[in-house]
Design a protein around this ligand. Structure first.
Ligand code: AMP
Ligand code: ZN
Length: 112
């Protein structure tokens, strides 16, 4: 499987993993866009949100809850942002679905 995030999940590629459970893994983004920039990904290879199935609804909720817990652990009580890019035009570059957790600076709106 030529997927960089699957390789990270399988520990074939190095990364700074900050959280792991049976369903998901969270690791530091290699090119951080904020003081805190963590990616939370399902262990199962789902290319994009559009590929998630009805049975994945619990998994999606679980990942969001994990992201919010990490945010508060990191002291981001004042605010944080969770981003999911679905498709090339949205900026998705890695086709293993992932949520970005960003924080530690004031965020702009609308996003670029
Ligand atoms: P997206 O553009 O939404 O697909 O986001 C992909 C993200 O993955 C980008 O923020 C990249 O910096 C990040 N990324 C790519 N390769 C790695 C890697 N080996 N380790 C950690 N983050 C990565
Ligand atoms: Zn993958």
């Amino acid at each position: 499987m030529e997927c960089i995030f699957c390789k990270i999940i399988n520990k074939e590629v190095e990364s700074k993993i900050v959280y792991e459970d049976e369903k998901c893994v969270a690791f530091e983004d290699i090119n951080p866009q904020a003081p805190c920039h963590i990616l939370v990904v399902p262990k199962r290879h789902i290319p994009a949100l559009r590929d998630a199935e009805e049975d994945d609804k619990e998994l999606l909720g679980h990942i969001l809850k994990v992201a919010s817990k990490i945010a508060l652990e990191r002291g981001l009580e004042k605010g944080y942002r969770i981003v999911l890019n679905d498709g090339g035009e949205a900026g998705q570059a890695v086709f293993h679905m992932h949520f970005h957790l960003l924080g530690g600076r004031i965020m702009k709106w609308p996003p670029g």
